[in-house]
Design a protein around this ligand. Structure first.
Ligand SMILES: [Zn+2]
Ligand SMILES: [Zn+2]
Length: 300
């Protein structure tokens, strides 16, 4: 896929800035439930093994699922792999708790499109105060007055697996919860499901907030209302997703950490998988078409 977002369908009068933010009961209750269950259950059934499970499953679902399966593969098609590997990645990405493949693609693309317009709603730009932004992004939804259409690629609508995962996205936690209960009882469930989902959702927003507000930049996208920023020191815990200025510049690149010192564990996994013959055609910035609106901020 190139940098143009061709799934968002605009027409005369469509705009990214007129709209109302309203409470979104499903996501709000989902996150609140997970957080409260983790605080209460996680402290009552605390064990270091449960904390280990929390870190292990967070790492697996965020790296292989969210970053690789959902973002770099499903949404950006930045590398090729077998259908099976893609399905595993997208399923793991759904376990993060932010939504199924259709929800994730639409949310991602709409934000992308809005940020590339000359003007967009502060909901899309994260430019409100941090507390207001937290409330909006974690508990609300923006309803645009003149919303663009959205066309899912045929691979999505034709594949029953994706439709099933989307329809049952929250229930997908159940088999994992049962497995965890069998392995370590309630402590594993509260830490491995509730704590993990709550921290992943809040962490995802938190990095997104900074990635659109402050931090170093090497690139400027002319004409775009919002620029991406690189969030320092977060390469490892975000598996490379924090190098967001690079991502705004080269959305189709499978590699996110481009400069020295920009650790990108997601990319390291892809390179290892490539050596094992599991993935191929890893797209890098130099493979992408030139963008006339892209300007380097380094004069060297
Ligand atoms: Zn962005
Ligand atoms: Zn993206």
């Amino acid at each position: 896929m190139n940098y143009e977002n061709n799934r968002v369908l605009t027409k005369q009068g469509t705009n990214a800035y007129e709209g109302r933010v309203r409470w979104n009961p499903i996501t709000s209750i989902w996150l609140s439930f997970m957080t409260v269950a983790w605080f209460i259950g996680g402290s009552s059934f605390f064990s270091w093994n449960a904390v280990f499970i929390f870190f292990l499953l967070s790492g697996i679902t965020l790296c292989f699922g969210h970053s690789l399966g959902m973002h770099r593969k499903l949404i950006h098609e930045s590398f090729s792999c077998s259908k099976t590997l893609e399905y595993i990645g997208v399923w793991l990405g759904t376990l993060v708790g932010l939504g199924g493949p259709f929800t994730m693609m639409r949310t991602h693309d709409m934000r992308d499109w809005a940020q590339r317009q000359t003007k967009c709603h502060p909901f899309f730009s994260h430019q409100s105060s941090i507390w207001k932004d937290a409330w909006w992004q974690l508990h609300c939804k923006l309803y645009l007055r003149h919303e663009p259409g959205f066309e899912y690629p045929s691979k999505m609508s034709e594949r029953r697996f994706y439709r099933w995962v989307e329809a049952t996205s929250m229930l997908q936690q159940l088999p994992v919860a049962l497995l965890l209960f069998g392995l370590g009882g309630w402590g594993f469930v509260f830490w491995g499901i509730c704590g993990r989902v709550a921290v992943s959702i809040v962490g995802h927003w938190f990095i997104g907030y900074f990635a659109h507000n402050q931090g170093q930049r090497d690139w400027h996208v002319n004409g775009a209302a919002v620029q991406g920023h690189n969030v320092a020191f977060c390469g490892i815990i975000t598996f490379g997703e924090c190098w967001h200025n690079n991502h705004h510049a080269f959305p189709g690149s499978a590699r996110l950490g481009l400069q020295k010192g920009q650790s990108d564990p997601g990319w390291w996994v892809l390179k290892t998988f490539e050596r094992l013959g599991l993935v191929k055609n890893l797209t890098q910035p130099e493979d992408l078409p030139q963008r006339p609106e892209l300007a380097s901020l380094n004069n060297s």
